[in-house]
Design a protein around this ligand. Sequence first.
Ligand SMILES: *[C@@H]1O[C@H](CO)[C@@H](O)[C@H](O)[C@H]1NC(C)=O
Length: 368
Amino acid sequence: MNLKLILIAIALPLLAVVITFATTGLFTPLPVRGSHDVLSQADRIHFTGAVGPESLAFDSSGGGPYTGVADGRILKWDGGDWVEFAVTASKREKCSQPFNPAMENVCGRPLGLRFHAKTGDLYIADAYLGLHVVGPNGGVASPLVTEVQGQPLRFTNDMDIDEDQDVIYFTDTSMAFYRRQFIPSILTQDKTGKLMKYNISSKEVTVLLRGLAFANGVALSEDRSFLLVAETTTCRILRFWLRGPGAGKHETFAELPGFPDNVRRNSIGEFWVALHSKTGLISKWAVSYSWFGNTLLKLPLTFKQLHYLLVGGKPHAVAVKLSNEGDVLRILEDTEGKTLKFISEVEEKNGKLWIGSVLMPYIGIYTL
Ligand SMILES: *[C@@H]1O[C@H](CO)[C@@H](O)[C@H](O)[C@H]1NC(C)=O
C-alpha cells in the first residue's frame, strides 16, 4: 500500500468516529465545576454590517467602547450608534464585506486595542498589518512595528502598555500561520509565537519569549512586576517576570478549561480571561496528540466543520476571573450559548463586564 492509501485507511474510520461523536453530542464539553451559568442574562449591542468585535477599549474620559471588527475598521460606540473611528489600511475599495478572511491582509484585522491614557493615542495590534497607533481623533493609523529582526510579523494579536516605562508588550501568535489559519495553527501545535517589548521613544523591539503555542492575550499586573500572556493551544496563562529575582523567567500562572483569548485586568488587580470555547474530547485529543490533529486537518472537512469539532459542538461562552496570584476566583458561563458565544475579551468597568467576540455581530454587557 502506498502512503496515501494508508492515510485514507486511517482517516476514514476516524472520520466515522468523529461524525458519530459530533452528531450524538458525546463530545460536548461539560459545565465547569463551580461555574455560574449567568451570562445568558447579558444585554447585547448589535452591529449593522459588521462582525467580530474582538477587543474593547475605553478612552481616558470613559468614551466608547471602541472595537476592531472583521472588515478592518475600528468603531466607537457613541451611546446610541457605532461610528467609524479609525482604520489600519488606507486603501479600502475592496473592504465592504463584513466578513471576508481572504481580504484581511489588505483591509487589516484589528485585534487587541489599548489607549495610552497620557497621550490619548490608541494602540492597535492588527493581525496582518502589525502594531499601529492612531491619535485621539482617529483616522488612518500609522504603523509602528511590521517586522522584527528582519522577519515580518505574521499574526500580531494583543498588547498592554506600561505608561511609566513608555513600553508596549505585544504578541505575535505565530511565524507560520495567518489569523485566518488559526485552526491549523492549533491542530499542528505550532510553537512559533512570540512575546515582545516595543520601546515607544527608541522604537526598539526586544523579543522576551519565543516558542509559544499560539501567543494571544497580554496583560500587565497592577504593580507591573509581571506580565501575563495567554498560550491558547496549551490552555494556559503564562507569567513572565519583569522585575525581582525571577526577572526574565516565566512559569505557568493558570490552567484553564478551554482556549484563552484576551486577558484584561480590572481596577483591583484581578484578571478576566475570555475563553473562545471550552475543550471537549476532540480538542483535548487534538492538542495532546499531534498525529490526531494533523489527521483531522487532512480529512475532507470545511473550516466550519473543523471549528465545530474543536469547540465541542454547541457554541457557548466562558469568562474566568483570576486573582493576582493565579487562583480562579469566578467562572461565568452561558453554557447553552443563548446570548453569548465565542467570546474574546472581558473588560470590567463600573460594575459591568463588556464582552467582545471574534465572530459574532454584537458585544455583550453583563451587570455584575
Ligand atoms: C527606551 O529607550 C530609551 C532611549 O533609548 C532609553 O533611555 C530607555 O531606557 C528605554 N526604556 C526601556 C524601558 O527600555
